[in-house]
Ligand binder design. Structure first.
Ligand code: FAD
Length: 341
């Protein structure tokens, strides 16, 4: 994109992390930005349906935090003021890796731990008051519009979830930030453009997550704890990360289809089956605040838009719509390199 240009109207599909950051960047280049979201607006307290993975722990890594802080100054402090915790990745986290507990040290990297709804709603509320930005909610984008030459995007077609009304909205730029299930490849094909080829690698991960109150008598030194699976033999792992409201986000994960059960008893049994009992000991008497949620779509998938022979001008694809990554990466990386724990 020519950054000196002043575009009239941009549309962003999806108001999650990628969509919100894309919209913020576009405010520097466009007269007006409309963000279209099929779901409702995020709140700091609820997991919304449109982002099912948000129920599972999300760690904001330092690079991402720095980028967000640059785009939304003061965001880090705002999260901390709303209950997020700071975690020194060297000494606040017990980390079981390749068969042993990692040695602790004081790291220069101090992360912010909070729920994904808190992060998303903090960013969302900044854009809600931005004079160039409009949100349309409960509306699915169902196709792209092109100009007369059929070489350039001219807008999008939407269907309202409230009354099924179909509408067309014109724009000079369209950013697809609709996540893993992005329809852009299908839309491109329908317009006579090639769809990107895909690389996909999966280690068949499955997650089971539950939120707990942190027990009042909890005395361990760690704030977070991670038992990392290791290929090929240790298919099981788990993580506890703290979040606002004196709560723990607790997740069991199994690789290669060794999925954790989603029953209460199965969740605890899975914790007991881990190679170390620290996580089981922490949760066995803790009070759960939610049911057990499951997630089994952990394939890594890269869509090669960069290799397309023809592009629809004015269309950008961003975030998981391009590159969706499974957070428990190490397992298949070791697997592929033939390492042993
Ligand atoms: C179990 C799990 C744990 C993870 N942990 C971490 C982590 O610790 N740290 C981290 O950085 N990342 C983590 N990730 C990855 C992270 O969740 C994604 O990279 C991130 O959510 C991608 O953001 P996105 O905005 O591209 O897509 P999404 O967050 O998936 O959002 C897509 C948005 O588009 C909307 N939408 C979809 N289709 C349409 C449509 N047709 N019309 C209108 N709106 C639409 C959806 O409702 C949604 O709001 C994890 C992923 C998983 C699965």
């Amino acid at each position: 994109m020519n950054t000196n240009s002043n575009y009239q109207h941009a549309i962003v599909i999806g108001s999650s992390i990628a969509g919100l950051t894309a919209a913020r960047v576009l405010t520097d280049h466009c007269e007006h930005i409309t963000i279209i979201e099929r779901d409702i607006a995020p709140t700091a307290k609820e997991f919304r349906k449109g982002v099912p993975q948000a129920r599972h722990p999300h760690i904001l890594l330092k690079g991402g935090e720095q980028v967000l802080e640059g785009l939304f100054p003061g965001l880090r402090q705002e999260l901390l003021d709303n209950g997020a915790l700071s975690i020194n990745m060297g000494c606040d986290m017990d980390w079981f890796m390749l068969g042993q507990w990692r040695k602790k040290f004081t790291s220069a990297i101090v992360n912010v731990a909070c729920s994904r709804p808190l992060l998303e709603s903090a960013i969302h509320s900044r854009l809600m008051v931005h004079p160039k930005v409009t949100f349309i909610q409960e509306s699915d984008v169902i196709g792209l519009l092109t100009d007369e030459s059929k070489t350039r995007v001219a807008g999008i077609r939407t269907r309202s979830r409230r009354d099924q009304t179909i509408s067309e909205i014109e724009a000079t730029i369209v950013v697809d930030a609709s996540g893993r299930d992005s329809d852009t490849p299908r839309w491109l094909n329908a317009l006579g453009f090639p769809a990107p080829t895909e690389d996909s690698v999966t280690s068949k991960p499955g997650y089971a997550t539950r939120i707990y109150n942190i027990p009042a008598d909890f005395k361990e030194e760690w704030k977070a704890i991670y038992i990392q699976p290791a290929a090929p033999n240790l298919t099981r792992g788990a993580i506890i990360v703290p979040m606002e409201g004196n709560r723990w986000h607790v997740t069991m994960f199994g690789m290669a289809g060794d999925y954790p059960a989603t029953t209460e008893a199965g969740f605890i049994e899975f914790a007991q089956s881990l190679p170390d009992q620290r996580i089981y000991e922490a949760i066995k008497d803790a009070t759960p605040l939610t049911e057990v949620w499951s997630f089994r779509r952990g394939e890594n998938r890269l869509r090669h838009y960069e290799q397309l022979s023809r592009h629809l001008e004015g269309l950008l694809v961003f975030g998981d719509a391009v590159y969706a990554l499974n957070p428990v990466l190490a397992w298949q990386n070791h697997f592929r390199r033939g390492l042993r724990p």
